[in-house]
Ligand binder design. Structure first.
Ligand SMILES: *[C@@H]1O[C@H](CO)[C@@H](O)[C@H](O)[C@H]1NC(C)=O
Length: 229
């Protein structure tokens, strides 16, 4: 026999109660967002970045780093700890976002890769979107070697830096930074622990004034109080 009350309650759940469920969901989402912002703000910046300034691609060769909003919203690294990079390097460094909706801002902050004949780069830094040898973010040859800085935002939630050097001349290399971009955080308000860059990228507030261009347009490093870099 069918218990009548069960049928009724099911029916009411799918009809009358639907708006209420959405209301509850909105409250839960709001609570989660505020909790997230508290976590993001209370996390000590020094704990995050004490090691990131010592990240070298030649030491991190072929590793995968996960970026997440709370513990690691960005990073920075340079090609080598030596005065010049080594010949015959073939190395990748992969960054993934913890949430698939997040994107990655890649910025080449400094570059000195001298081995070019104008038509090809003998040595280069290429940044792939999605996977190794997938679409290239820094398509322009002038962004892969030489001395022009550049910045791009990924379309997927994975970027792969590929540094290659042949046996010919070496130079000092490059410095790069990455940052999570939160495209779904509407208006990118500071009270949620995020910072709206001039170029409209939305990054973690923790990356502001840390000495690295994480926005891509350097707007996170422009207005900083004395004492901070
Ligand atoms: C560099 O290494 C990748 C594998 O990580 C390989 O697919 C590629 O062929 C190598 N490139 C050269 C020029 O050796």
């Amino acid at each position: 026999m069918y218990p009548r009350s069960k049928a009724t309650s099911l029916k009411s759940r799918y009809n009358n109660d639907v708006p209420k469920n959405y209301e509850n969901m909105a409250v839960v989402v709001a609570l989660l967002l505020s909790l997230m912002s508290i976590l993001m703000v209370t996390e000590s910046t020094s704990a995050i970045f004490s090691s990131s300034d010592k990240n070298y691609m030649d030491k991190l060769c072929n590793s995968v780093i996960v970026l997440d909003g709370e513990k690691k919203p960005g990073s920075s690294f340079s090609s080598t700890s030596n005065s010049k990079y080594k010949p015959n390097t073939n190395c990748t460094l992969t960054f993934k976002t913890a949430q698939t909706t997040q994107r990655i801002i890649t910025t080449i902050e400094k570059i000195d890769i001298a081995d070019s004949n104008g038509a090809t780069c003998g040595d280069y830094i290429k940044i792939y979107d999605g996977k190794f040898q997938g679409p290239i973010l820094n398509k322009n040859l002038a962004e892969q070697c030489g001395s022009s800085t550049s910045s791009h935002v990924s379309i997927s939630n994975v970027v792969v830096f590929h540094f290659f050097s042949n046996g010919a001349k070496e130079a000092t290399g490059f410095k790069a930074s990455v940052a999570l971009h939160f495209p779904l955080v509407q208006a990118c308000p500071q009270d949620l622990g995020v910072y709206l860059c001039t170029n409209k990228n939305c990054i973690s507030k923790l990356l502001k004034c840390d000495g690295h261009n994480h926005c891509g347009d350097n707007s996170d490093e422009k207005i900083c109080s004395i004492g901070k870099k």
